[in-house]
Design a binder for this molecule. Structure first.
Ligand code: FA5
Length: 342
């Protein structure tokens, strides 16, 4: 064995031992550079190689290659083990249950009035009614005159109006959409019109200045109060999915004749009396009646040939009964503690 042979064997032994005891990738790399780098021990020994007599070169060459290969193989394996451990440690630290809900994020939901409106729209469209829309800023003609309420009529005082400086107004009810529907579509007509309405009135547990109504109208030949009662019953049983007590009493609205008030037995206090029903046990929900001939005439419909019914559901009040909300002001408060319950 030549001196170079034993130097190579020593290099293999010492470097394998250094690789084995390396505690980090950096230590491992340091040992590799010392042994196999451009200026490392193996490179030094290789320089002596050329000085050997040719007969010794072949054997030493073999040994040199085998030492190089052993060290490189061991280096690669050890390095891979380090990388593996590092990955396992990282995964253990960064472990995450992707099925958990994100903290502090609450999924949005539809406002209770919107939910109710969608349900009623689905019901009425299934019964052949069109869903119409109208402007919130209305003309006096659509909101009052065409509904048989001329300027000096005392019924104008029934709804305190927000007048605009240009003579228009914020609609006080959804009934002007009846007028738009009759004039645009003509008879026969089945329509509903949900929407926001405005009244300049004192706010309390059951009165808002801004609230929602849902207008309904059917114009055909030989429409009677029986048709009106059928649709109102269908509506209420679909919304409450149980028996609710209602009463029908005469009511005055210039645009219907006869006119009725449909009241619902207060579901907040079960009729015992509370601030929502003003201690009466009943809540005004849905005024209605047969369309006045004047109203038909003013929208170019011949009352000799056609007649119909109309109703004006208090959508906001219906939401209160449906969800047991005891103060109307909560609905537009924007209070998330309230809204997140729906
Ligand atoms: C009307 O607005 C008529 N246009 C309804 C109508 C249509 C009658 C078609 C006949 C034929 P009234 O002013 O009563 O009627 O309002 C209708 C409903 O809206 C009431 O029964 C009530 O449920 C609701 N409502 C009235 N004022 C308020 C208010 N300030 N806050 C919340 N809901 C209200």
């Amino acid at each position: 064995m030549t001196l170079l042979d034993s130097q190579l064997e020593e290099l293999r032994r010492a470097t394998l031992a250094a690789f084995a005891s390396a505690g980090s990738v950096e230590e491992l790399e340091e040992s590799r550079v010392g042994a196999l780098g451009r200026k490392g021990t193996l490179a030094q020994i290789s320089k002596e190689f050329g000085k050997l007599p040719p007969e010794d070169r072949a054997q030493l060459g073999k040994l040199l290659n085998s030492v190089k290969q052993d060290l490189e193989t061991e280096y690669e394996q050890k390095k891979r083990r380090f990388e593996q451990t590092e990955l396992t440690d990282r995964l253990a630290k960064e472990w995450l249950d992707v099925t958990l809900p994100a903290p502090g994020v609450h999924p949005g939901s539809l406002h209770p009035i919107t939910q109710l409106q969608n349900e009623i729209e689905d019901l009425f469209t299934s019964l052949g009614f069109a869903v119409l829309d109208g402007p919130e800023v209305e003309t006096e003609e659509h909101n009052f005159d065409a509904l048989n309420i001329p300027p000096s009529h005392p019924a104008r005082d029934m709804q305190d109006t927000f007048w605009l400086s240009n003579g228009h107004l914020l609609r006080t009810h959804t009934s002007p959409v009846q007028v738009r529907g009759m004039r645009k579509l003509g008879p026969p007509l089945r329509m509903i019109a949900p929407g926001r309405v405005f009244r300049n009135e004192e706010v309390d547990a059951s009165h808002e200045h801004t609230f929602y109504q849902l207008e309904g109208m059917m114009i055909d030949r030989d429409v009677s109060v029986a048709h009106l009662i059928y649709f109102m019953k269908t509506l209420l049983s679909s919304i409450f999915k149980r028996e609710v007590t209602v009463r029908l009493r005469p009511g005055y609205f210039p645009f219907v004749e006869p006119g009725f008030e449909l009241d619902i037995h207060c579901l907040i206090c079960d009729g015992a009396g509370c601030s929502v029903c003003k201690q009466s046990g009943w809540v005004e929900l849905m005024p209605c009646g047969l369309v006045h001939p004047n109203v038909l005439r003013m929208s170019n419909i011949d009352p000799e040939e056609w007649n119909g019914f109309a109703f004006g559901l208090g959508l906001t009040r219906l939401a209160m009964m449906r969800y047991g909300i005891d103060d109307v002001r909560l609905l537009q408060s924007g209070d998330l503690r309230f809204l997140m319950q729906f």
